[in-house]
Design a protein around this ligand. Sequence first.
Ligand SMILES: Cc1cc2nc3c(=O)[nH]c(=O)nc-3n(C[C@H](O)[C@H](O)[C@H](O)COP(=O)(O)OP(=O)(O)OC[C@H]3O[C@@H](n4cnc5c(N)ncnc54)[C@H](O)[C@@H]3O)c2cc1C
Length: 468
Amino acid sequence: MSGEKLWGGKPFHGLGYDFDPQWLLTPEQKDLQAKLIELCHTTLRPNAIVSDRERIFPRKNMEALASLGLLALHVPKKYGGLAQNHVCVTMVLETIGRYGCSSTALVYSMHLLATAALLYRAEGNAEIEKVLRRLNKDVFIGTSSYSDPETGSHFWYPMASRAEKIDGGWKVNKRSSWTTSGGYADFYVAQTSSPDFKGNFADLSVFLLYKDEIRATTSSWDAMGMQGNQSGPITIDNVEIPHDRMIGPPGDGAKSNDEAVDPLGLLMFSGTYNGISLGAIDIAKMQTTRKVHADVGMRVCDYPTIQDYVGECVMDTQASRLYAFSIARLMDDVTENGDWSLHERDPNAMPRAQYLPWLWQTKFIACKNVYNVVDKMLQACGGTGYKKDLGLERLVRDGKAGWVMGPTNEVLRQFIGKYALLGMESLDYWNQQVNERVLNNELKKLDAAGKRRLMESLAADLQQQAAQ
Ligand SMILES: Cc1cc2nc3c(=O)[nH]c(=O)nc-3n(C[C@H](O)[C@H](O)[C@H](O)COP(=O)(O)OP(=O)(O)OC[C@H]3O[C@@H](n4cnc5c(N)ncnc54)[C@H](O)[C@@H]3O)c2cc1C
């Protein structure tokens, strides 16, 4: 247990360290956490209010994070990073979401996620190594451009994007429907179908692009919340890039997703949304302990109803964050404490990927929990909570983004249900497996003429394929 939690030199108004799983952190990580809480007080939180009101990209907050070395949080020391592990990444995102700024947490997550894709295949690529060395020094912000306008929240299915091999490199075409920091970020990790694509959407490749190679309309984000994240469509139009801007070998996309991008992303989303839940509870504690009803001489926190709300939300949130930290610890155990060099030693190593279903559950639980917590804390704070001044209504709006961000919670619960009932193969990410049960059932409905029409159409298809 650490000492008293401070906020601007005074005792913190919300839950103290006795509610935080401090036993998971090393002394160095606790020190980083305390410095980050202070930075949230002086910089991230004040900027969050302006970012939310004026829809401003939180560049200043990213500069502040760089001042603590955090833009290279999980980057090896040889590239100037802090070489921190998955537990620390989860803690940092929770801290930013709780005490700082949700939009910054999202922008920062997309940055670390893009960095993870680079780290996975950094070995021997001087261009990637150059980017990694610039992160803190130049506040060099990255983002991850995956979601495709044709396939919505199925962001791993880039139907509208392609690449081809040209002399000396690649020609990349990408349409992305959403990219956090689009137009503001300095580098972009983008996924397309592979240069030798033959119709199998599992054959994906990953590219590194720079700001002057993408087109984006900045400041177009106008949404319910996450006002600073400035997610928007980006276009990469026949951009020719050198050979070393492909991250990893051709066809590495699915591996990169399963081993680097998804595991880190899902942990960071969990940390962020658990942080938002905790931030809402902190505000509710502050408000309900100070508001008095003179007629009965009671504070709002003295009512058992309010105690029940808070008690239940605290316990649900603890379950969610301990789940996330437990999976983060598991990731540390299987990666020699977040050591990326294991992918240099064995490019086929996929230690994180085997636990993907556990990571999906982490994101689902945190993003489901935050819905309930922000609502209940709003109720506990009454009309005062509904007003902007308290800072809770921003968390209500920001908290809602987690559920709809890919992989969405609808998709995740279906994945887990299918996996539990029918096995992993049944997930069929890229729409490749025929569901013969459904097919046979539909065929049963056809009369002789219908079957003949179908046979003729299939025969024509086969002929066309044979002619190609
Ligand atoms: C704030 C914010 C920031 C973002 N930043 C990025 C970013 O940086 N990079 C990036 O690549 N993407 C980003 N995204 C995109 C995000 O990951 C999703 O792709 C996007 O939110 C999906 O929205 P959509 O309107 O296309 O949903 P749709 O795909 O149209 O989904 C509509 C509904 O259908 C449901 N649904 C979808 N498939 C199934 C299914 N199989 N079964 C049941 N229901 C299903 C969905 O869950 C949802 O409820 C961001 C999104 C938000 C909100």
